[in-house]
Write a protein that binds this ligand. Structure first.
Ligand code: AMP
Length: 136
């Protein structure tokens, strides 16, 4: 896609710090890392989000993440990683080319995930009723 920054990275029209590449997948360091080694993993073909991504591409990406993530965390001597996907603008997706974030985690790095809170009485059942019949 012409105006897509990640497509431009794939076409080498703009530079990146390349972590991994094959025919289908590219991984590169995030320009503004949450933690050192923060890596983006993208399909080379342009899909806006997870819902547009064909199942075979999704499988390929997960298989590559299983290969890349251990190297990323070992390389920066991290203890673990978060695998993040911001799907849609309201969810924080800034770049409209599907991507996973591999974010290495270190002990006491101060990065906190959101805190949840329990459902109220009957709330989970009511929501479940609305969702489960819509799964196709
Ligand atoms: P998201 O908010 O999930 O769409 O994440 C987009 C990510 O892309 C952000 O973490 C940005 O720092 C990163 N990013 C944007 N432009 C570049 C670039 N040219 N090279 C590497 N990472 C980038």
């Amino acid at each position: 896609m012409e105006d897509c920054i990640f497509c431009k990275i794939v076409k080498e029209e703009i530079p990146c710090h390349k972590v991994y590449e094959d025919d289908d997948v590219l991984a590169f360091l995030d320009i503004s890392p949450v933690n050192p080694g923060h890596t983006l993993v993208i399909p080379k073909r342009h899909y806006v989000d997870l819902l547009e991504l064909p199942e075979t591409e999704a499988q390929t990406l997960i298989a590559r993440i299983k290969k890349i993530a251990p190297a990323v965390i070992s390389g920066v001597e991290a203890k673990a990683f978060n695998l993040n996907l911001n799907n849609g603008k309201i969810a924080g997706q800034e770049v409209g080319h599907f991507h996973w974030h591999i974010v290495p985690r270190f002990e006491s790095d101060g990065r906190e995930l959101w805190r949840g809170q329990p459902y109220g009485e009957g709330e989970a059942e009511a929501i479940l009723e609305k969702i489960k019949n819509l799964i196709k």
